[in-house]
Design a protein around this ligand. Sequence first.
Ligand code: A2P
Length: 280
Amino acid sequence: MNNFFKLNNGINIPSIGFGTWQTPDGETAINAIKAAIESGYRHIDAAAVYKNEVGVGEGIKGCGIPREELFVTSKLWNTERGYESTLKAFEQTLNDLQLDYLDLYLIHWPANAQQFSNWKDLNSETWRAMEKLQSEGKIRSIGTSNFLPHHLEALLEKATITPAVNQIEYHPGFTQDECVAFCKKNNIVVQGWSPLGRGEVLDNATLITIANKYNKSVAQICIRWALQNEILPLPKSITPHRIKENFEVFDFEISSDDMTTINQLKNIGESGLNPDTVTF
Ligand code: A2P
């Protein structure tokens, strides 16, 4: 099992990212980042809409690890789509994080057809700004989040740079197979948000039986299962022992029979957020 995935531009990305969604700003965020770094994480997944980039940035600044050894992601929020507003929102994120470059910047959600008649152009204009920021060296890689194959197909029609990453909901019971296959075919690394189904898959009886067999927690099974499916998981926690536990997944392997059993679980822990119908 590699500790890195290789992006389509040759850059290595650490194979587990530390999620920060719903982490309160301030001391909680600072302490969560510190605990993550102490546990071995070097990849932090942030976003403007999480409203905690100041705390996340403080945590990064005080963690004692040189900037170039960290991989920091942020995401452009939906209200900031378009060329000029993307450039502006990016500067705000950089300021909040107290950084002078990002490793990865993602469009958080595609503009969808239900909300915007010009959704394709809107996504392409946002992308054009991201391409400019990458060409200026302010971002090392750019990507998307919550893009389904038809959103990616439309984006690729005008894109100069193929997204390095697409970040989607991914956990046992919700595997978005069609989207994953499309991304893999196009050499786009899939990152999984809510790899524990926001904690909702942790009491699933099948997963508990499998976890007991390996002497691991269900959370560790979910994270290891994502990795073995070549999906980059982004577990979130603010609890130090869980943060540590979620990174201790490199010392065992799930058998192919158990992988199949987990792959076949259906309809557990799904958020219900469909990129084609969300209204935010
Ligand atoms: P907390 O942050 O209070 O520790 P996901 O990453 O799928 O969105 O899941 C995040 C949720 O799962 C949070 O509520 C988090 O709680 C909880 N969680 C994270 N890691 C574990 C773990 N190892 N065991 C149990 N719950 C966990």
